[in-house]
Ligand binder design. Sequence first.
Ligand SMILES: Nc1ncnc2c1ncn2[C@@H]1O[C@H](COP(=O)(O)OP(=O)(O)OP(=O)(O)O)[C@@H](O)[C@H]1O
Length: 615
Amino acid sequence: MAKRKRQPQTDRKEQEKAEDIPENEKIEQEDKAVVTGEVVEEELDDDERSFEELGLEARLVRALSKKSIEKPTPIQRVAIPLILEGKDVVARAKTGSGKTLAYLLPVLQKLFADSPSKSNLAPAVFILVPTRELCQQVYSEVTSLIEQCRVQLKVVQLRSTMSASDLKTSLAGLPDIVVSTPACVHTCLKNGILQAKALQESLSVLVLDEADLLLSYGYEDDIKALTAYVPKRCQCLLMSATSSADVEKLKKLILHNPYILTLPEVGDVKDDVIPRNVQQFYISCSARDKLIHILALLKLELIQKKVLIFVNSIDSSFRLKLFFEQFGIKSAVLNAELPQNSRLHILEEFNAGLFDYLIATDDSQSAEEQNDKETHALKKKSKKHSKKLDAEFGVVRGIDFKNVYTVVNYDMPQTAPGYVHRIGRTGRAYNTGASVSLVSPEEMEIFEEIKSILGENDAEDSKYIAPFPLLSKNAVESLRYRTEDVSRSITKLAVRESRAQDLRNEILNSEKLKAHFQDNPKDLDLLKHDKVLSKKEPAAHLRDVPEYLLDATTKEASKIVKLARAAMGNSGSTNRRGIKGKFKKSRDPLKTFSAEAPKRGRKGGMKRKGKNQEE
Ligand SMILES: Nc1ncnc2c1ncn2[C@@H]1O[C@H](COP(=O)(O)OP(=O)(O)OP(=O)(O)O)[C@@H](O)[C@H]1O
């Protein structure tokens, strides 16, 4: 059905070109051209087309196969052929749905077939992303594909921290692809590092990745300035995980009569934003009791590794790290204050599985909030709070954390879109995952907003945040004394000192890393980021939770989680790879076990009770 619907759009576009249809009618046509989630879903239900069948050439398919990527995701199935045809595309698909390859593969193929003209004086393809971490991520992805395909294409990363001479050197070898942020490209144009005329003549593809974030990161002026140099024939692609007024604005600014692809997996286009392979849970507790709950989750092994824990301030992250250390739990922190090399290295180490717990500070606001305060709000905000914070840092959106099974919201995000992006760090592509949000009474308002966005009363599993079923009151209470004792010892001064200490360490690390990365780009083992920061040696007796503190239900829950982990090939040891979503719901303890009788039934999961509460 959808295929039939899409066909006339092509016809309309051709017709429009031929007949020179007036501007207002074009907009109407564009609106009609919306490929809605429902339509695409129907098409995709039966769409088993392989990468080859989408038109990708063998070299790329082989390169994907080497990365264990065998079948396209839904957004890739729809976007790749359109991009190969040269269409402008706006692709909105859930977090982790494979949007990066959806544009990279066809763009690379076009470059393979049509090597940019030797007379070009500027790069042919620009990929613009909001943060430097994303720059690095996209750059690594392109580079590895090019290497695998053994083609002579050059790709560079331009970062705003680079000196003018480094930027010039990077561009001097005339790269085919540039990955950068809008601000950096704008600076290059302003300073003549990039020749405007040359760009106009050479630019054939412009990608705006994570488009929903670009404006909220304060890049509006930069993007507006760039539009003047984007020739009409340039193919423009806009990728986004959520739809917002900002995406609309960008679309109008840059694209010409694009194909709009909106791909939720199920249900309503607007609301269904969380991948359906992520189970969402919450725990209601006082702000003070969050420490006990997170300790119980980790120490009693009630959640699966790797775990990404979000907090809203840098101090909270250090407080949590120091707290974990006292219980022998090793973790690393990630925040905007750290030097960029350290941040990249922390991400690489975590992705490589060198540690299991990462505490990330995410204090991003919504686009709307930031736009209210004029453009560049984030940059201003960062400057106000601390000169050292990096305005181009983004830990939540777009970063492809590998094999994170559980996302924990230790602090609730400040906005509902923030929640969507945080949860999207798990359940990526065909993987499964879970999230646990610790919600204090003060955070109830945002929690209600999130629930309403997800469709609180909807029967679908994926839209529902259920109470976390594996943690009993007894288990929590059994850890109270230890938690409160340790928590008292983590004073504000201790937090401040460890934060300063960590920063000093990382500044040194960063310098070493810079040199080291140049010589050994693939070496991850140089520096550890999960080092102990506490001045006080952790007490030996806190490392393990003694048997007598655990009730039978909690022991059972913990045992089942371990079994489930083993069944999924996730033994809990680090450095594992590729946990795919082969795991059956019926064997998932989060679906089948309850430490306490659920207050209400729900369709699908959470119906069955624990061993001691057999139905
Ligand atoms: N067809 C595929 N099969 C399996 N894995 C895939 C496939 N395509 C992409 N991936 C992997 O899925 C992960 C998520 O992809 P990607 O980062 O492109 O998602 P995204 O849609 O851009 O998410 P976000 O909106 O959060 O940025 C990556 O690790 C990527 O390598």
